[in-house]
Design a protein around this ligand. Structure first.
Ligand SMILES: Nc1ncnc2c1ncn2[C@@H]1O[C@H](COP(=O)(O)OP(=O)(O)OP(=O)(O)O)[C@@H](O)[C@H]1O
Ligand SMILES: [Mg+2]
Length: 336
């Protein structure tokens, strides 16, 4: 449905996209990964016609959109919704009005039908009864949910998600992923997601594509992608582990010669999560985030580990304690 052929784009004198060939499978969830600043957001903007390539073609269905503008482009865009990096809600509008906005502006919808559709979507994303709140009164996760409701309300054929979980704690990130997967299964739209959540994305995506040096270095099914033999790609996806199956440990764990358990490698900060995460409410998750922030500030202050040593932190979140014995444990190793 979406197809990019030889797309090139230079921004601020810097070549960003340098010959992108990419076909997004219809009705599937495709995730685009790559280092920060590689051009993932720029790539999404080309798909929806917010940016035009210097060279190459962008096809949406049987329409080549790269030189379109005005009404013809808007007609194509009606098939799309986009959840921008940071949710991009209108601060001066309530959550209800934010979600109602595309219905009123794009579909010229009026009357009780607007209220019905907005309330329905708010309920689906877990924000029932929150319509009167303003974005400033919401947690990061709630803002993402509101953005998701606004994307879904138009019942689009294609939804582009730019880092829908960035800035959220692991529980909230998981609940947003779950929501995207549930909505994707229920409504069958074509989903393109940019994400840094490795390895979690392998458990939820149908296809994974990696952007590297302005080109698509690899596109494969989630399972095939993890078996790559390309050393650079392998290193990139190994940072957080290679599998994310429920109940499994995420990360590279091995025993050292002296019998101690070691996590991660390469001097990087690696987070290992046990994927037996209980379902928690939005409020519980928010409490968890606040508690984790406090805990991490405290542990930074109290750290006395000498430079060059590995320091392992263990924590058990209060929300997970209250939610059952199989709580979320995190184990971190920081090489200094
Ligand atoms: N409107 C713009 N004008 C000039 N340069 C831009 C513009 N938009 C993006 N760039 C540049 O293009 C490059 C790619 O940016 P982009 O935002 O797509 O990266 P990204 O892969 O999404 O990174 P991140 O993972 O941090 O979000 C960056 O060097 C950025 O500075
Ligand atoms: Mg980006």
């Amino acid at each position: 449905m979406i197809k990019l052929v030889g797309v090139e784009k230079t921004l601020g004198g810097q070549p960003v996209l340098q010959g992108i060939d990419l076909s997004i499978p219809v009705g599937k969830l495709t995730t685009i990964i790559g280092r920060s600043g590689e051009g993932k957001s720029v790539l999404l903007k080309h798909m929806i016609g917010l940016m035009q390539p210097d060279r190459g073609e962008v096809w949406v269905g049987d329409v080549e959109i790269s030189r379109l503008s005005g009404t013809p482009l808007n007609d194509v865009r009606k098939q799309f919704a986009m959840l921008f990096q940071g949710a991009a809600l209108f601060d001066s509008l309530s959550v209800f009005e934010n979600v109602a906005f595309p219905l009123r502006e794009k579909l010229r919808m009026k009357g009780p039908e607007v209220g019905r559709r907005v309330e329905e979507k708010l309920e689906e994303v877990g924000l029932a009864g929150m319509g009167h709140k303003f974005p400033a009164e919401l947690s990061g996760g709630m803002r993402k949910r509101a953005g998701l409701a606004r994307a879904l309300v138009m019942e689009p054929e294609i939804i582009l998600f730019d880092e829908p979980t960035t800035g959220l704690d692991p529980l909230m990130a998981k609940s947003i992923h779950d929501l995207i997967v549930t909505m994707h299964r229920r409504f069958g739209f074509t989903a393109v997601m940019v994400s840094h959540e490795i390895p979690e994305i392998f458990a939820i995506s149908d296809w994974v594509a990696m952007l590297r040096k302005g080109k698509i270095a690899l596109m494969a099914t989630a399972a095939e992608f993890q078996r790559t033999t390309d050393p650079e790609i392998h290193e990139f996806i190994s940072v957080g582990g290679t599998v994310a199956l429920p109940g499994s440990l995420v990360g590279v764990r091995r025993s050292t010669k002296d019998g101690k358990s070691q996590v991660g490698d390469g001097g990087r900060r690696v987070r290992v999560r046990r994927h037996v995460v209980p379902r928690v409410s939005v409020d519980q998750a928010r409490e968890t985030r606040v508690d984790r922030r406090r805990a991490s500030t405290k542990s930074r202050r109290s750290s006395t580990a000498p430079r060059g040593s590995n320091r392992v932190r263990r924590s058990k979140s209060p929300a997970s304690k209250s939610a059952g014995s199989e709580g979320l444990r995190s184990l971190r190793i920081v090489r200094r």
